[in-house]
Ligand binder design. Structure first.
Ligand code: CAA
Length: 656
């Protein structure tokens, strides 16, 4: 554990590292090679809270402080520095100044969207003729009634073209006065703002960098951030904080290069031994490590000062200067250790080297950092006239981040906990029980007479699972109808799941359908049925038994309408043993149990898409209304009303 960090901060760092290794690192090289903006990952970063780390929780952010921000920037950039710059502009150059200098309305309008990552932000200060000398900006803002009219060109704008919101710095045109500056919130859709082509850069190639053009771009007065005359100071104070993020980004790049160099040095052999055994390599690794740790201490120091509300401008400049030069130094040596492989685009060290260079340039070049440090030493700690800042530093906390589950974890979470029960439709529970009790020696655990469902239900414990015996009390009920069609036997299998709703959405993603589009109360918990066509003719139930108590049976009045009963016009053969329900004769010449129908499967028109088609479906004279278990037996011909196949929760009581 690092001496300057708390345990919560270490945990936070580990979580971000896990996320970055899982989601960012695997796609970093591809995005770099193709120069594609990682939109999908930006959404994931938003979900995790990284895009609004510095936004207070009341505005939907993570409410984290500068230390957590530095930790997250380091870990994200260790996986990919391009992701790092997207996150740093969003947090320290856009969301933070809006929180610090924005009106209540501006905070309400933008902070939630920025924090969630739904809106990306951008900071437009540099121009073709003014980079380091930022005060000489040429972009103008002229007041015209209820609007400011902006004209000018901004250069090297990170997130350009991808962002929804641009903080644009401009000179206020007013005759006879010394040029004053102001900051404006400009949405991407405003008339008069447009974007140049994506710059072809040496590094951080996945990030978007463009020119931003403002041509008679009108923004309402309410989009002025801070006051007239505050623009440059808002830019400078935002950069003071932003430089901590860039220092951390450089650290992440350096750490990635160092880790790669150590691994390679241990593995690569020369002159009969791993190159890590050579003192020349060892000294390089030791120096790389020391320089990274020095830069890390400076970075944490600046972050700690800022989070405590103490002056930190000099320290953030020192951190950025040290970390960015360290990143260049370390990545150069990492390539040297890799030899020829380090020069190949097949290996990531060249990417780290290319990415490192920008950290010596943006958010103030190394020369500007030296200037800021020297001025601070010679003239005192603090710039003379910073714009009004909140009197109190907002309270921050180390957020507990919740990583989304990996596909393997998700599969494990959604997998049925166990086979809860196998349901068997029987004519007489008592008769069936004799077998389970007397022959197999099993004990019944529950006997339920469910008048409202027209069922007698007995649960018999069988190891960790149960057997559910279903006896119809109502001759018109669905179990009676099931027995009429199929005879006693397997009615459905029920799997216990942790959260039936979540399981349903998960399984739907894997092609499953449900007879109950939303889970409903059942005999064993909250349940939903999958049509038998999915499982070769077996009805499948998912049940959430924990955290759920079975509600009282609905009153008569609330009872949903029973699905119309089938009218059987032909006696039918049931079950492999030719079982016939009392009172019914046996049918001639129908396919045996489980056999495929001889007729061709139905066309799509015949079997509506709500129920997956199955080669076992017979061609029927009329469609049959289906409840659970109420699917058709091959060869069955009925005169039931032609209601089609279920598309919503089937009505009528269910015998689960
Ligand atoms: N905070 C608040 N106010 C500040 C300040 C700060 N850090 N620094 C200066 N000021 C104020 C001063 O107090 C002064 O106020 P008064 O006029 O009321 O006295 C005013 O601003 C002017 O200050 P200076 O005289 O020091 O200004 P300067 O013109 O000499 O410039 C500078 C100072 C340090 C060189 C500055 O221009 C600078 O930092 N330049 C680098 C710009 C930069 O970092 N650009 C990066 C572009 S953004 C980017 O890269 C983002 C991205 O894409 C990732």
């Amino acid at each position: 554990m690092h001496v300057l960090l708390t345990e919560d901060q270490e945990l936070f760092r580990r979580t971000v590292r896990e996320f970055a290794e899982r989601e960012i690192a695997p796609v970093a090289a591809e995005h770099d090679e193709n120069e594609t903006f990682p939109s999908e990952n930006v959404k994931k970063m938003g979900k995790l809270g990284l895009m609004g780390l510095l936004v207070p929780t009341e505005y939907g952010g993570a409410g984290a402080g500068s230390v957590e921000y530095a930790l997250a920037m380091e870990e994200v950039s260790r996986a990919d520095a391009a992701h790092g710059v997207i996150m740093s502009v969003q947090n320290s150059l856009v969301a933070k100044p809006i929180y610090k200098y924005g009106t209540d309305e501006q905070k309400r309008d933008y902070l939630h969207r920025l924090a969630s990552g739904d809106m990306i932000g951008s900071f437009c200060l540099s121009e073709p003729q003014s980079g380091s000398d930022a005060r000489r900006m040429q972009t103008t803002a002229v007041r015209d009634g209820d609007y400011y009219v902006l004209n000018g060109t901004k250069n090297w704008i990170s997130n350009g073209g991808e962002a929804g919101l641009y903080i644009v710095f401009a000179r206020l045109e007013s005759e006879g006065e010394e040029a004053r500056t102001a900051a404006f919130l400009v949405e991407y859709w405003r008339w008069g703002i447009s974007f140049g082509a994506k710059e072809k850069k040496l590094g951080i190639r996945a990030s978007a960098t463009t020119q931003v053009f403002l041509k008679d771009c009108r923004v309402p007065l309410g989009h002025l951030l801070g006051g007239e005359g505050d623009g440059f100071k808002i830019a400078m104070s935002s950069l003071d904080a932003g430089r901590i993020g860039i220092a951390a980004q450089a650290l992440g790049i350096a750490q990635a290069a160092f880790d790669a160099a150590v691994a390679y040095a241990k593995e690569r052999e020369a002159f009969g031994q791993p190159i890590a055994e050579f003192q020349g390599i060892q000294w390089m690794l030791a120096d790389m490590h020391v320089r990274i740790e020095q830069a890390r201490l400076l970075t944490y120091q600046a972050a700690l000062l800022e989070s405590r509300g103490l002056p930190f401008a000099k320290e953030s400049a020192m951190a950025k200067l040290s970390a960015s030069e360290t990143a260049m130094w370390v990545t150069t040596r990492a390539i040297q250790i890799h030899g020829g492989y380090g020069y190949s685009r097949e290996y990531p060290v060249q990417r780290y080297f290319r990415d490192a260079k920008i950290t010596e340039i943006y958010e103030g070049t190394s020369e500007i950092q030296r200037l800021v440090i020297a001025r601070s030493i010679l003239r005192g700690e603090r710039p003379t006239a910073a714009p009004a800042e909140p009197a109190e530093v907002p309270e921050t906390k180390t957020p507990v981040l919740e990583l989304p589950p990996t596909p393997a974890e998700l599969q494990r979470m959604m997998a049925p906990r166990k086979l809860h029960h196998v349901a068997v439709a029987v004519d007489s529970v008592d008769e069936a029980l004799k077998f389970y009790r007397e022959t197999l020696g099993l004990e019944e655990v529950t006997v339920m007479t469910m008048e409202d469902r027209g069922l007698k239900v007995v649960l018999v414990r069988a190891g960790p699972s149960e057997i559910e015996l279903l006896e119809p009390l109502d001759p018109e009920g669905t179990v009676a109808r099931f027995l009429d069609r199929r005879g006693p036997g397997l009615h459905h299998v029920c799997f216990e799941v942790e959260d039936v709703e979540k399981s349903m959405r998960y399984y739907e993603g894997r092609g499953a359908t449900f007879l109950d589009p939303v889970p409903r109360p059942g005999a064993v918990g909250l349940v939903s049925f999958m049509p038998p066509s999915l499982a070769e003719g077996v009805l499948v139930e998912l049940a959430q038994t924990s955290g759920y108590s079975v509600p009282e049976a609905p009153s008569e009045a609330a009872e949903p309408e029973e699905a119309p009963a089938l009218v059987i016009t032909q006696p039918i053969l049931r079950g492999p043993g030719g079982y016939a329900r009392p009172g019914l004769g046996s049918a001639p010449d129908v396919p045996a149990w489980g056999a495929q129908p001889s007729a061709a499967p139905p066309t799509e028109e015949e079997a509506p898409s709500a129920t997956p088609s199955s080669s076992a479906w017979p061609i029927l004279d009329t469609a049959i209304p289906h409840g659970p278990g109420g699917y058709t037996r091959p060869g069955l011909v009925t005169s039931a009303p032609t209601e089609g196949w279920p598309t919503a929760t089937p009505t009528g009581p269910r015998p689960e």
